[in-house]
Design a protein. Structure first.
Ligand code: PMV
Length: 311
């Protein structure tokens, strides 16, 4: 057995199809490797200790509350391997903004599952890691579609449809997006719950919106796979209008989207659950600096530039 293992997992953003993906429509998500969750297992003489550095939480696995997602990821991994907790310290760090639609929860789970299993001498397949991370998502996020754990596990652009085999996207022409973090925390579970209540109250209207979002995601997939990312701008605007119809945008997001477009972005939309979290702007290398600066001046907490490419 190794005395130390380290595993990491990237952040992610959803390019197209959030919310509708919970209702079986396709969505596109890509990894954001500039931000990462890192889990480290190290031999000690004590029963398994968890140290969540950014959350400033430290406890023995045996004392961790049932609702702690980090401890849950560890317990599910140990159960899956039929192993008991080793004498070790598990340290978790992350640079992925929390509650910002960047998949920090899924990334932390994936990093933990890999670090713990490798420490115990087992290299799990990506499929096993993805399924275990989905178990954690289900316990803490109500009715997750599974897109977060999938893109974070495979760390490749994915075209995702719940219940169908994972499909990675070909990206013959790389393109540049800015991820602007609003700094407004927006727990996915609440927004997903609100959409569910609205859907229950008017299923016909919401099914029609979801169908249109699905068509946008499908058109985006074709544009990306056929190397025409220039077509994504209008599709982002269409998707944003449908998200507004669902009631998940917000004045702060709308304002930052307008700012990005006015500064030269070819398209902009919220990404993830909405109400806060983050938004995306499609830019070219020559407009990147101006759009990024305009977003920061308009109050974005952080702007991350990332190229979408095949891997
Ligand atoms: O975790 P977030 O904020 O990226 O939101 C997840 C996207 C939703 O479609 C709203 C929910 C889901 O489970 O797919």
């Amino acid at each position: 057995m190794p005395t130390k293992t380290v595993a990491s997992a990237p952040g992610k953003v959803i390019l197209f199809g959030e919310h509708a993906v919970v209702y079986g429509r396709p969505a596109i998500a890509v990894p954001v490797t500039q931000v990462q969750a890192i889990a480290e297992m190290e031999l000690t003489r004590h029963p398994l200790q968890l140290d969540a550095v950014d959350l400033r939480r430290q406890w023995a696995l045996a004392d961790a509350p049932a609702e702690d997602p980090l401890a849950t990821a560890v317990r599910l991994t140990l159960d899956h391997l039929g192993a008991g907790p080793p004498a070790a310290r598990l340290t978790v760090r992350s640079t992925i903004p929390i509650a910002s639609g960047m998949g920090s929860g899924a990334a932390v789970s994936v990093a933990i599952i890999r670090a713990v299993s490798e420490y115990l001498g087992h290299t799990l397949t990506d499929d096993e890691v993805c399924r275990l991370a989905f178990q954690v998502e289900k316990l803490y996020h109500g009715t997750p579609s599974g897109i977060d754990n999938t893109v974070v596990t495979y760390s490749r652009p994915v075209y995702f449809c719940h219940g169908q085999p994972m499909r990675t996207l070909a990206v013959p022409q790389a393109f540049l997006i800015l991820v602007a973090v609003t700094g407004i925390a927006s727990p996915t579970r609440h927004v997903v719950g609100d959409v569910r209540r609205a859907w229950q109250a008017d299923p016909k209207r919401f099914e029609a919106i979801f169908d249109q979002v699905g068509q946008v995601a499908e058109s985006a997939r074709t544009a990306i796979e056929e190397g025409r990312p220039g077509e994504l701008g209008p599709l982002m605007e269409r998707n944003q209008a449908l998200l507004t119809d669902m009631g998940v945008s917000s004045p702060a997001l709308d304002r930052l989207i307008r700012v990005a477009l006015a500064a030269g972005a070819e398209g902009a939309k919220l990404s993830g659950a909405g109400r806060g979290g983050n938004l995306l702007a499609l830019v070219r290398p020559e407009t990147e600096a101006a759009v990024s600066q305009a977003l920061l001046e308009a109050g974005a907490a952080e702007v991350i530039a990332t190229w979408v490419r095949e891997s």
